[in-house]
Design a protein around this ligand. Structure first.
Ligand SMILES: [Zn+2]
Length: 394
């Protein structure tokens, strides 16, 4: 029996249990949009009860379940571990080589919707906590699970509910999204920009009498990349822009007088002012108007999500770094997370140092045949067990 508490916790991880929990979660469909997280909530509730925790289900106005449970004792350091129970829809079933809800393992990979994003990581964290309990460890602090609904559609019915109820009060948080067991200290934000060009309607047989709003939009979109500043964030790289949705015109025989495009402008930490992000759109519109006086484009930010960042030397990052080094023999790099996660609620709204850290590769999230390497998932469980034992002072 190892004498170091972190070694003892890691040694107590049951690899079969990690896989069994992940498979049970994949079989508990929770597509968002599509269905609720109730079946998945039942699975995690069962696991938490089995390790002696007292899980409770918190539901917002929409009735979607988030499961909360705490192990350890009050008075010491507090750590929240957040993972979402929902997944994106499976998509077209015949693009999968297996049933996305069967939990099949093929060549060491667990395949299924949510395998890496993020039922596999949830299973790893639960098994890590189970190992801490099984090793008979007395934590000096407490670990609280926030196993939430609705992350895939902005968290309104999940982590946001916990925030609104004042439940984000911890010393530190881990959001267990798949990060390849690298330490994601920063995540990008987003500005959803609606751009509208205005023209003048005319008979389609006499286009010279009108102003074509679609053609105007085309000229704008071909130069859209110019709205992204050259600034490079050390972890997140450059900001990006993507024209995502387009709508324009009224009939095939008319000159269109209006065209609307929804633009997904992803921001990097440091981009804190929506007006500054929007300014280059206006500069580009002015240039196009100089070339052609009929050019008329208006932009507005429909939704704004602030990018977030935690200092590299925050204690939870240090704890993750040494736990991973002890488990894998190498220190993981600090990285940026390209997507938007629930970490922003902890970091931006509650000023809690938060790290995104979990097994699995984000590049296979939301794809057909989404998978997680079973061995990496088990390494994740052992690493979580070490983190819980060391950060919470076993
Ligand atoms: Zn996710």
């Amino acid at each position: 029996m190892p004498t170091d508490p972190a070694d003892a916790a890691a040694a107590a991880v049951d690899a079969d249990e990690v896989l069994a929990i992940a498979q049970a979660l994949i079989r508990a469909r929770s597509e968002n949009p599509g269905t609720t997280e109730d079946a998945a909530a039942e699975v995690v509730t069962g696991v938490l009860l089995a390790i002696g925790a007292s899980p409770e289900t918190v539901r917002g106005e929409a009735g979607r379940p988030s499961v909360l449970a705490t192990i350890g004792r009050t008075g010491g350091p507090t750590l929240a571990w957040n993972g979402h129970l929902d997944t994106v829809p499976a998509g077209t079933l015949d693009t999968w080589s297996v049933d996305p809800f069967a939990g099949d393992v093929v060549d060491g990979r667990l395949i299924g919707r949510g395998a890496c994003d993020m039922k596999g990581p949830v299973a790893a964290a639960l098994a890590g906590a189970a190992a801490v309990v099984k090793a008979g460890m007395e934590l000096a602090g407490s670990l609280t699970f926030h196993l939430v609904a609705d992350e895939e559609l902005a968290g309104t019915h999940g982590t946001q509910v916990l925030r609104d109820r004042g439940l984000l009060t911890h010393d530190a948080a881990i959001v267990g999204e798949p990060s390849n067991l690298e330490i994601a200290l920063a995540e990008r934000g987003g500005a959803w920009v609606t751009a509208t060009t205005y023209g003048a309607a005319a008979h389609g047989s006499q286009p010279h009498r009108g102003v074509n709003a679609i053609t105007a939009m085309a000229r704008f979109l071909l130069r859209l990349h110019e709205v992204v500043p050259d600034t490079v964030h050390p972890l997140c790289g450059r900001a990006t822009v993507n024209a995502a949705l387009i709508d324009g015109g009224s009939a095939p025989n008319m000159v269109p007088d209006r065209c609307v495009v929804d633009i997904d402008r992803r921001t990097i930490p440091g981009e804190t002012d929506p007006d500054t992000v929007l300014a280059p759109f206006e500069v580009l519109a002015d240039e196009l108007r100089t070339d052609d006086a009929t050019f008329d484009l208006r932009t507005e930010i429909r939704e704004w999500i602030l990018a977030s960042e935690t200092p590299a030397d925050t204690p939870i990052a240090e704890a993750i770094r040494s736990a991973t080094a002890a488990e894998t023999g190498s220190t993981p790099p600090d990285v940026g997370f390209t997507g938007i996660t629930d970490a922003r609620f902890y970091l931006n709204d509650a000023a809690i140092p938060t790290v995104i850290f979990g097994p699995g590769d984000l590049s296979v999230a939301h794809t057909a045949d989404e998978w997680i390497d079973v061995e990496e998932m088990v390494t994740g469980a052992r690493t979580y067990a070490r983190i819980f034992a060391s950060f919470l002072g076993a």
